[in-house]
Every structure is written in C-alpha cells, then in structure tokens.
Design a protein around this ligand. Structure first.
Ligand code: HEM
Length: 563
C-alpha cells in the first residue's frame, strides 16, 4: 500500500492506504455522531453502520476482488469504530472516568444485559458497592449509587427525568405509558390523572373490589386439601384484582387457573425485557422480531379487547379505568385509545407481580419466624375476632405490628430491587447529587436493595427480618440490646421509590396487602411442608426489574382445625 495519494494527470485514484485511512476516519465521525445523538432509529443506525464501508467497497473494488473489498472495508470500518468506542470509554477523557467500576462494565452494557438474565443483578450490584464504594460505574454512561444523600437530588421534586431503560424494556420507542414518559412536563400532566385515581376518596371506593377478590382468595385456599404454592395464588389474586381495576374484569385465574398462561407469560416476559433495558438500542431491534415481541403483543391484544369492552359497557364501578378514561370529567380532553390501552396494561403489570412478590416474601418471613407470626396473629385476633369483618379497614392505622411486618418485608425484599433509572439530560450541564457530580448524559439509579440493607441505615440485623426496629423507631418499643447502637434511617426506606414519579399505586398496594393479610390470618393457619427449607425460596429469588420468587409451598387449614 502506498502512503502517497496517487494523482495522475488523467484520473484521481486513491491508494488502498488512503481508502483505509478514509474508512477509519469515517468510523471516528460515526462514533462522534452516535455519541452526540444516541439515536434509537434503526434507519439512522443502518445509515451510519453501512454507508461508509459501502462507499469503501466501491472505492476498493477497482483494486481488489469484490469479496475482498467487502471484507476489508467492513472489517476495518467496524474495527476502527469499536476501537474508538472502547478506547474513549476507558480513557481519562470520558466524563465518568473518575468513577470506579469493572473494566468490562465501562466498555459496554452488554455485560449487564447478559447478567440481568440470571436474575442476580441485585446481588451483583450489591457486591460492586461493597467492593468499589457508594458510587459504581456499571456501564459506559451509567452509575449506581448507594448513598441516601443522593436520593432527593436524583428522584425528588426538581429531580431527573426517567432513563432510557424503559425503551428497551418495552422493545419499542412509541409505547407511552406513564412510567416510560421521559419528558418531565408530559409525565407531570399524565401523572395528575393517576394521582386523582389514587386519592384517599378513590382508594375508599376500591375497598369493595379488593374485598371481593380477597374473600375469593381465602375461600379458594380453604378448600385445598394438599400443599399449595402460595406464590402462585398471590400472583393470581393480584392479576385478577388488577384486571378488575384496570378493565372492569376479564381475568379469573383464581377460579380457572392460568389456562391462557398469561401469568406465566407476564413472568417470563420480564426476563428479556429487563435485559434489553440495559441495551435499549438492541431492544428496539429485537422488538421487530414477531416471536420475541409475542408476549407484549398478547398483552396488547388482551388490553385492547378489554378496553373496547369496558368503553362499550360504560362505567360499572369507580375503578381505576373510570379515572384513566376521564369518566369523572375532570380533564378537558379525552385520552386517546393508545393512552388508555398502554396505561391500562401498565396498571396490571405494575400492580400485580410487585404486590404478589411482597405478599409471598411476607409469609416467607412470618412462617420462618414463629415469634413474629404469633405476635401478628395476636394483633389480628385483637382487632378482628371471628365475628368482626376482617376486610374493614378501620383498624389498620392502629395495627402497629402489621405495618411493621409489611415495612420490614419490603426493606429486605424491595419489589424493585435495582431501582428505577433516571438520566441527566444532555445540555443540562450535569447534576450534583449529594457529594457527587453526575455529568450530563449519564444514566443513574439508586440501588434500593443495597440502601435497604446498608448497616449505616438499619442496624442491628440489617440482613435479617426484625420488625421490632419499626416499633423502636416509632417509640412504641424499647431497644434492649445492650452495647449495640440502634440505627434507623427512615430516608433510606424507599420500596415505592421517591419523589413525583414514585409509585402512584403505593396507597392501593398497602391497602390491598393489609386487607388480605388480615383476612388470611383471621381465617387460615399455615405452615411450611415437613422438610421444606425456606432457604430454597431465598436462593430462587430473581431480580428481573421486579423481584420474583419461586414456588412457596405451604400447608393451609381453616383456623379452627389443627395442622
Ligand atoms: C408492594 C407493591 C408495589 C411496589 C413495591 C411498587 C413499587 C414501584 C416502584 C419502585 C416504582 C418505580 C417508581 C420510579 O420510577 O421512581 C413504581 C412505579 C409505578 N407503580 Fe408501583 N409498586 C407497587 C404496587 C403498585 C400498584 C398496586 C400499582 C397500581 C396500579 C402500581 C402502579 C405503579 C405505576 C403506575 C408506576 C409508575 C409511576 C410513574 O412513573 O409516575 N404499583 N412502583
């Protein structure tokens, strides 16, 4: 290859080396464009990845066979692009250069996407925090934080907008449900509708819907004469209930089982969705493959059918749909069909496996801690003796131990262990969070699981189920362990996230859990089957954005019977 630009009097011909330099140069420009625009447009990707080496092939084919020209041009272009990306990400010029983290994470998010499949991302990130400290660079442009002082600047009022992981999770750039709205103003406008749907008055109206499903749950378990999988039953309960709330019905899993495998699909759909959240650009491609996007499609078909039926039948009760569809007339404009559909599906997805996961973990903790079980039983028997309606919410506010058990369960097993990603907008100049400066264009998450189990926030027994800590913190019980310090940092308890984009369904979830737990414990007794090890459940827990548990086998009997 000649280093000289060959310039004859008749033709202008570039040497192979000049062409190679041009290809490498165009790769550097492509890198700059990818970095600058971070586009999810497949057309733009193709243009940037295919056009420059294709031009290289045209230039090279005068000097070598077509196949050679293709191999040389594409290999050198893609190698130069990859090298440029990798070197920049590892260089001291990268805005996140000063933050520690594993090299593989700094190079690409593909590693996290791969790891997320295993369901152990929460433990992996916790280990990274233990090793590297409170801030870890988990991706080329991503940080995870375990420091309470960063929670308000990142997620509070004046906090950051949602991150791009929702694009990858939806395998789509156009699904615009509440949780995925990345524009702060748009999110605030849509959130207003949801806030109305979860006001205290609206929640009161939902009690009847919860009560009907809770009674069905207990009646369903009462007639089981062998071991039951409590996880599965909680899944069915929450799915049936959320379908009532979102679309006025349409799911009868507690009655008919999961014949259509919807629950199974919901759970298995979470796995790729969580992985692609790490690589949204790849998610957009995969979303185009019909077989992979099948689960999402099935939900959309289910949701569309239910939405149409619900609109046709009108308002049967003041359910969530009543507000989402502006049936109370509070909004000036009616929502579009697409908005109704995507928010209705969001309600089912966001409200079912989160709540069922916490309920399963709660009974795991109670059945593994007989003292706590006995104590909660006594509290429930005091407020709801057999003749009292256990679905009446009037005593909930006084049930300190019940609330302590629910909080302690969510501290140890937060439904969304890896938190909800935010992003520092480009052009914002960056953001200071606590003692950290987060450059613009960075995706950042608070790691709920690590914050909840940090001994600097909760001590003693940060990794154990100890509901007493909540009573001690509230001044309702004395701290007796001599020589120990008691630490209880309420600001570090964020199972429902924090700020104006936190979980809008928090009130509903708490009401639902309190009602169901009171009814279950008024009417039923449970124990683990002989020889079953609670550790099996712990080991099988997975983080696929929502924490999901394996089977939780229990033997159930009516309270009057001895088990
Ligand atoms: C124990 C049960 C639940 C837990 C622990 C939980 C937790 C969470 C968390 C951590 C988020 C992310 C918030 C963020 O991005 O900062 C969230 C969002 C959300 N949750 Fe829940 N959730 C639960 C139950 C429910 C229920 C029953 C509903 C009812 C529909 C619901 C609806 C939503 C919605 C709509 C969002 C998006 C909020 C927004 O972006 O403004 N959740 N939830």
């Amino acid at each position: 290859m000649s280093a000289v630009l060959t310039y004859s009097s008749r033709t202008c011909q570039l040497s192979s080396k000049d062409i190679a330099v041009a290809i490498a140069g165009s790769a550097l420009i492509a890198h700059l464009l990818f970095k600058r625009y971070e586009t999810y447009s497949i057309a733009a990707h193709f243009f940037l990845l295919i056009t420059p080496p294709a031009v290289g092939v045209i230039l090279l084919k005068n000097q070598s066979a077509l196949l050679n020209a293709i191999v040389i041009s594409f290999t050198s272009y893609l190698s130069a692009l990859t090298l440029s990306v990798v070197l920049y990400r590892l260089s001291p010029f990268h805005p996140l250069a000063k933050y520690p983290g594993p090299v593989i994470n700094k190079i690409s998010k593909l590693w996290m996407a791969w790891l997320a499949r295993t369901g152990k991302q929460h433990l992996y990130t916790q280990q990274l925090h233990d090793y590297y400290g409170d801030v870890v660079r988990t991706g080329p442009n991503e940080l995870f934080i375990r420091d309470v002082s960063a929670i308000t600047p990142i997620m509070g009022v004046n906090g950051l907008p949602k991150g791009p992981h929702w694009i990858g999770r939806a395998l789509n750039t156009s699904v615009q449900n509440l949780v995925s709205l990345r524009d702060l103003n748009e999110h605030a406008v849509r959130r207003k509708i949801w806030n109305r749907a979860f006001s205290s008055a609206a929640l009161k109206g939902y009690e009847e819907i919860i009560a009907k499903r809770a009674a069905q749950f207990v009646e369903g378990l009462e007639v089981q004469d062998s071991e039951v999988d409590l996880s599965k039953w909680f899944g069915w309960f929450t799915y049936d209930f959320m379908s009532d709330m979102a679309f006025g019905g349409g799911s009868e899993m507690m009655r008919d089982g999961d014949g259509d495998s919807i629950w199974h699909l919901l759970e298995t759909g979470m796995i790729p969705s969580f992985s692609f959240g790490h690589v949204p650009w790849l998610g957009v491609y995969v979303g185009k493959i019909p077989m992979v996007a099948g689960t999402l499609k099935q939900f959309i078909i289910f949701g569309r059918k239910r939405t149409e039926e619900r609109i046709k039948n009108g308002s049967l009760s003041r359910d969530l749909f009543h507000y989402l569809n502006n049936e109370d007339g509070a909004e000036k404009t009616q929502p579009s069909m697409m908005q109704l559909l995507s928010d209705g599906i969001l309600a089912i997805v966001a409200g079912s496996d989160t709540t069922s996961g916490v309920l399963s973990a709660l009974f795991l903790c109670l059945l593994s801690n007989p003292e706590a079980y006995k104590r909660l039983q006594a509290e429930i028997d005091k407020y709801y003796p057999p003749e009292e309606n256990a679905l009446d919410t009037k005593h909930h506010v006084d049930m300190a131990f019940l609330n302590a058990v629910i909080n302690e369960t969510m501290r140890l097993y937060p439904a969304v262990p890896s938190g909800s990603q935010r992003r520092v907008p480009k052009g914002s100049g960056g953001r200071t969070a606590g003692t950290y400066f987060i450059p613009e264009g960075t995706n950042v998450s608070i790691h709920f699981y690590s914050v909840h189990r940090d001994p600097r926030n909760f001590y003693p027994f940060p990794d154990s189920f100890w509901p007493d800590r909540w009573l001690i913190a509230a001044g309702q019980e004395e701290f007796k362990a001599s020589g120990e310090t008691f630490v209880h940092n309420a600001a570090a308890f964020i199972p429902f996230s924090f700020g104006p984009a936190n979980c809008v369904g928090k009130g509903l979830a708490l009401q639902e859990m309190r009602m169901l737990v009171c009814l279950i414990m008024q009417r039923l007794e449970m124990r683990f089957p002989e020889g079953w090890e609670p550790r099996t459940y712990e080991d099988g827990l997975t983080d696929h954005f929502v924490m999901m548990g394996p089977a939780l086998p229990v033997v159930v009997k009516r309270r009057s019977q001895v088990i």
